[in-house]
Design a protein around this ligand. Sequence first.
Ligand SMILES: [Ca+2]
Ligand SMILES: [Ca+2]
Length: 417
Amino acid sequence: MSAAAPPDRPNPPFVSGETSRVATNMGESSNEFLYRPGELVISNTDEARSALAELVGGDYEAVESELDEVGLLLVHLKADPVAIARALRAAGHEAQVNHVLLADGYTADPMRFAGIGLTADPMRFAAMLGVDPMRFANSSTARPAAKPADVPKPSGPGRATVAILDTGLDPGNRADLVPVVDTEPDPDSEQPDENGDGYLDLAAGHGTFIAGIVRRAAPTATIVVDRVIEPDGDGDDARIAMALIRLAGEANQHTVVNLSFSGYTDDDQPLLSLERAIARLQMKDAVVVAAAGNNADCRIKWPAALPDVIGVAALDACDRAIFSNYGAWVRACAPGVDVVSNFFAGFDGAFDTKPDIDEFDGWAMWSGTSFSAPRVAGAIANEMIVYGIPARAAAHRLVGHRDLFRLPHLGVVVNVV
Ligand SMILES: [Ca+2]
Ligand SMILES: [Ca+2]
């Protein structure tokens, strides 16, 4: 069997270098993490600022932001932020690099972790087509799917708002997923190919897909979207925290927040900015749900492992999905393999295979803990609506209660549509 060769892909997006917005300390293999070059988050105190000034000779620039509300400061500097953060911590100050967090959908491909055949998998298509699998390694792993059956709309006395901080929302799906009248151009919208290379961007459609999962799990919940993740799937601790601090201003006991991205940190410390921003949301009685990540590993991952955040692993048909992270820090698990949900309509990317793996008509199939987390967020929201209870009480019923069934290292099984 043969197929026309797709055009060459550009360089992988996550390369370390002077112009990249993502750097990695791959040299320390057991302590690998990603971060924004030239950025640092420190405690916004006189002591920490003077310690920084002493270390870098005053060669830094403070960025005014919402982080001030939680006692932190984002700074730009020329010096190596990893070394400076470690030096500040050694001197007793709170400081971290601005850790990069990745949206999990595009790494959801089980074939990147094992050689057995699962679906939703570009490598499988490559094998079928007799083409080099590496051609597919840097493409989105979302694949076209047929429209799933409609779900019934339960009613009840309660209300719930699910906030989805992700890649944004496809304008073509807005009327169905977030049915509000917007008069302003929407800054939180996403497009399939924002870098214009003809291919679906790595994480394009991630937020739309998640909104569809929440909509099906909680058909009468209010959904709000905030774009904090780039089309290639990267976001960072400081800027996502800024968005959460803004959200905390409006959050209350009816708010559930879905965070389908994750990252490792230097020395596995809790994320500095996100921990404080999420604590602020929790003080308003909101519930925060986060994806555990797709590394097939038990290394502690953030923000899923932050205090009182519901970290969610992915289930296959009967056990942990092969790609899913796991561990004592994971509190719940939900289906995350070959999930079908909303996607771009009328997009046909540059792959020209048969079947055409990037010709979408409103629906996609995708895998990842990114898509398990919104099942849990949506289930909590639906429980709030049906029983008229606040978010914390619903989370306790579904995930917290000690009598619930738990799988080792995966937590409570949440498997309600
Ligand atoms: Ca693209
Ligand atoms: Ca195509």
